[in-house]
Design a binder for this molecule. Structure first.
Ligand SMILES: Nc1ncnc2c1ncn2[C@@H]1O[C@H](COP(=O)(O)OP(=O)(O)O)[C@@H](O)[C@H]1O
Ligand SMILES: [Mg+2]
Length: 373
């Protein structure tokens, strides 16, 4: 799909790409990695002719790209960069539709594409399509950047550190999404990063570069097992010791302060407690201290009477997490339930804590800024 043959690029006397040769198969997810300044971006930009090599040849789909009109070439190649580059004065729908519009797709078709793409990353069209980029979070904007690159359905997508500016949690969510998109859409993806965890998670094949040369080209497993140089080993070591959000569990994010009562308590006692503590829900326990359910003030109001025990009106269908569960899974649950929090259970089903949207935000800040004690 993409082939480099002895590609060379110099700026002045400095060799930036040194006889680069490699081959990328259709549908492959290839990650280019290496230290800053090793030539990753230059390699990427050579593929869509934003940069012209001094020597050597690049083939896309069997065609020598120096003989293809750059505009025509770029229609086949989506491009995502770190600084998102959404147009601030255009809505999300208009941003996603830029290329299809230029290709003169009918309006109805563009809307269809936009809806479909937004659905794939779990963003509601009704809610977001007519908003402006500044109304979205960084993570959401970057999602739109990715969707925009996919809108005209190019067989190839180039991504230059697309998630580099995001916090670890959002980044890990977007990494999962890109893997899903790749599986579903079967694009050829060339993805640049300097983060080895990201490379190992995403790649079918990793190309490790140093000073404009390929040091190793291998599958993640091969590279892990047999790193070809000290520098690669160093990259692996650093990334395995760095905080990786995917290692965090529900226990790392939960609050252990919560209010719980036994089932047999009267509804009146419970409403008094809620009023005193200024809370609008309570965790309900069985006699053996295992979690039974959540009762909200709304459930009590619906019941309409203060006689009877709280257990009689407890809905028992709450989604829960376990303390050892991956934090991201817990956050997914939190966003999928209508509740304000997810209850975290010990292995013996007693209550360990709760994860709320606030605890999630605090945890993200911690991951971003480090321990602030
Ligand atoms: N337009 C340019 N003029 C001169 N040097 C450049 C230019 N663009 C990039 N370089 C140099 O080329 C090298 C490779 O850059 P780049 O491909 O952006 O590296 P990476 O993406 O791996 O960090 C760097 O040393 C950079 O300073
Ligand atoms: Mg770069």
């Amino acid at each position: 799909m993409i082939r480099f043959e002895n590609v060379r690029k110099k700026y002045g006397d400095t060799v930036i790409l040194d006889n680069l040769s490699f081959n990328i198969e259709p549908g492959e997810f290839v990650v280019l990695i290496g230290p800053s300044g090793c030539g990753k971006t230059t390699t990427l930009k050579s593929i869509n002719r934003l940069i012209t090599p001094d020597k050597g040849k690049i083939f896309v789909d069997g065609q020598d790209i120096s003989e293809v009109n750059p505009v025509k070439l770029r229609r086949k190649i989506g491009y995502v960069i770190q600084q998102i580059g959404l147009f601030p004065n255009m809505t999300i729908e208009q941003n996603i539709g830029i290329v299809p519009k230029r290709l003169k797709y009918p309006k109805s078709k563009i809307k269809e594409i936009t809806q479909e793409l937004m659905e794939m990353v779990g963003m509601s069209y009704e809610e977001y399509a007519h908003k402006y980029p500044s109304e979205l979070s960084g993570g959401q904007q970057q999602r739109i950047g990715v969707l925009r690159a996919l809108a005209a359905s190019p067989p190839i997508v180039l991504m230059d550190e697309p998630f580099g500016a995001l916090d670890p949690m959002t980044r890990s969510i977007l990494q999962d999404e890109i893997v899903k998109l790749h599986k579903k859409l079967k694009k050829t993806i060339v993805f640049v990063t300097h983060d080895m965890n990201e490379a190992l998670d995403l790649a079918d094949k990793i190309i490790f570069m140093e000073k404009g040369e390929i040091v190793q080209m291998a599958t993640p497993d091969e590279m892990l097992a047999h790193p070809a140089s000290a520098l690669i080993r160093d990259f692996m070591r650093k990334s395995s010791s760095s905080a990786d959000s995917s290692d965090l569990t529900a226990a790392d994010f939960m609050k252990t302060k919560f209010f719980s009562v036994y089932k047999k308590r009267s509804i009146r006692e419970c409403t008094d407690l809620m009023a005193r503590q200024h809370i609008d829900s309570l965790l309900i326990k069985n006699d053996d201290d295992t979690f039974a359910g959540i009762v909200t003030i709304r459930d009590i109001k619906k019941h309409g009477k203060s006689s009877g025990s709280i257990g009689d009106i407890t809905p028992y269908d709450n989604i829960t997490s376990s303390i050892s569960e991956n934090a991201k899974e817990s956050f997914d649950k939190l966003y999928n339930t209508g509740d304000n929090y997810v209850v975290v259970l010990e292995d013996n089903k007693t209550i360990a804590g709760i994860i709320s949207k606030t605890s999630m935000a605090t945890a993200m800040a911690d991951t971003l800024w480090g321990d602030m004690q």
